[in-house]
Ligand binder design. Structure first.
Ligand SMILES: [Zn+2]
Length: 538
């Protein structure tokens, strides 16, 4: 806490825990108007080309005279099954089959690329995502008319416009494609060139089967030398050994999916001990059948219908509630063993899902706890490819959203013990404690809720200006308690009496010159409170 210079701007300050959520959503973070109740999320594994709105694709296809593969002219309802998978989808090959048709609608079209990038930012904002790393292959999107560079410039224009309008932070990962090793070196050069335009890393995407890592190794080696971050799709439908190769040959700092590590304890331990981040995508892993082999036979499937981009869609989930087995999905192991993993959509438009839906799925079907889910969000933030200072800012924004209301209330209100808390905080003031910068940094990352609670108390109990923050907090707390007809805490009384004496002094000195009342809000509220509940004071 001592290593933070803008202590006073920390959003916990001066906000009563009873009302802090309201304050955070209205004043501290400008967000999209639809997202007031959305959670604050971070999404690391999402393909831009798997996120195009169905309505946009349909509109562009009509304009360009592109007909359905069966030659029919279509309504949007006929069109959707050609751009997204059905609940029966059971392999990565079947999943990837959808891409060529809709890529053809957008690829090589500068205006369309800018538009889908802009809409992507809006869609993330609507879902409460604060930070996203969007990935795409510039070569796949260039069509027959553009250069990879023109693709990046067009998409960046859309991102920039969206970021400005929707207050979401978006960075880019450029994808190398497994069957096209001849593109990989160019991808690294482009990532290097567009670093200042938001490109933070590279990826290796495509099916792991019948594709080796060695043709891409030199490009990834060069990325390491240039300081470009690396994530690799591995252990999705491939083996645990594929994850090991991604780490060894491509110097992967993060792994896309990585489920297969549960098959090999040695590789599991490598990922665990090196704190390599796994970008898990739940519904995608069901559609590609990446986790089918782990699924108990007593799992019941159901289809869920919901709205996506204004259209009713359905997706298949796998109901866990009735299974006797509590640990089966790879993320059950990851959560239990504190593996560094997070949740993402992968290709939301193809899977017909949203990131909120993925968290919902983890909570209700896979029975992850809310604490494990918020840990996912912080795992994603600390494993993002942002520069260190921006990463810390993101973590601070998230902490503000996950303010541990219960912890603060417990310490302050249930215990009524402000003096013990002051003594505890005084120990942090000791130089031998507060100069432990690394310890505080690790503490902040590993125990975000507790850290925020401490920081909140620390700010409120700051001795600056004769405990001014503390006085204001007490005042707010008192007013809230009175308005809620709760008994105010006894420790307020001395403060309130002194405040009343000062108020009266001001009232009599000033009111002799003018008729304006200067009674404070506390004074007025106290009078109302006493009037309305005489038995408390008589
Ligand atoms: Zn992916």
């Amino acid at each position: 806490m001592s290593d933070n210079n803008d202590e006073k701007s920390f959003p916990g300050t001066l906000i009563d825990p009873d009302t802090c959520e309201h304050h955070h959503h209205t004043s501290h973070h400008q967000r999209h108007p639809h997202s007031h109740h959305a959670p604050a999320l971070v999404e690391l594994h999402i393909h831009l080309d798997g996120s195009f709105r169905h309505s946009t694709l349909f509109e562009l296809a009509e304009k360009k005279g592109i007909t359905l593969p069966n030659g029919m002219k279509a309504t949007i309802e006929d069109f959707i099954p050609y751009v997204s998978v059905q609940s029966t989808c059971q392999s990565l090959a079947e999943f990837l089959e959808k891409f060529p048709f809709f890529l053809n609608i957008v690829a090589g079209d500068v205006e369309a690329l800018e538009r889908v990038a802009y809409e992507f930012v809006e869609d993330q904002a609507i879902q409460g995502v604060l930070y996203t790393e969007a990935r795409y292959s510039p070569q796949v999107l260039m069509g027959n008319t553009l250069t990879p560079e023109q693709v990046i410039v067009a998409i960046n224009r859309g991102f920039k416009r969206g970021i400005k309008e929707f207050h979401v932070d978006i960075r880019t990962l450029l994808c190398c494609i497994r069957p096209h090793p001849e593109w990989s070196m160019e991808v690294v050069d482009l990532a290097n060139k567009y670093r200042s335009a938001g490109v933070v890393g590279i990826d290796l995407a495509g099916s792991e089967h019948n594709c080796s890592y060695s043709p891409h190794a030199a490009a990834f080696e060069r990325a390491v030398k240039l300081g470009i971050h690396r994530t690799v799709h591995a252990g999705e439908t491939g083996s645990a050994d594929s994850v090991l190769q991604a780490i060894q040959q491509c110097h992967a700092e993060r792994i896309g999916h990585g489920y297969a590590i549960v098959d090999d304890p040695a590789i599991y331990e490598i990922v665990h001990s090196r704190d390599i981040h796994l970008e898990c995508c739940l519904t995608s892993s069901l559609h590609t059948n990446a986790v089918g082999k782990y699924m108990p036979t007593d799992i019941e499937k159901y289809e869920e219908h919901f709205m996506l981009h204004g259209h009713k869609t359905k997706t298949t989930l796998h109901m866990h509630a009735k299974s006797k087995k509590e640990v089966w999905h790879p993320i059950h192991h990851f959560a239990r063993d504190h593996i560094n993993f997070s949740l993402s959509c992968d290709d939301p438009s193809v899977s017909q899902i949203t990131i909120e839906h993925e968290y919902e799925h983890a909570l209700t079907d896979l029975k992850l706890s809310p604490a494990q889910l918020s840990q996912c969000v912080f795992n994603a933030a600390r494993s993002s490819f942002l520069p260190e200072n921006e990463k810390n800012q993101l973590i601070d924004r998230l902490l503000a959203n996950y303010l541990p209301k219960q912890v603060v209330q417990h310490l302050y209100i249930k215990n009524h013990d402000i003096h013990s808390i002051r003594i505890i905080l005084a120990t942090f003031d000791h130089p031998s404690i507060f100069r432990l910068r690394d310890t505080w940094r690790i503490f902040r990352i590993q125990k975000p809720k507790f850290y925020t609670a401490l920081k909140y108390l620390w700010n409120v109990l700051s001795q600056e200006n004769n405990w001014e923050d503390y006085h204001l907090w007490l005042e707010q707390k008192f007013i809230t308690d009175c308005l809620n007809k709760k008994q105010p805490m006894l420790l307020f009384i001395g403060y309130l009496l002194s405040k009343m004496i000062i108020d009266h002094y001001h009232y009599y000195t000033i009111s002799s010159h003018s008729k304006t009342s200067t009674l404070s809000r506390v004074h007025m509220t106290l009078i109302d409170y006493i009037k309305s509940s005489p038995k408390n004071y008589q």
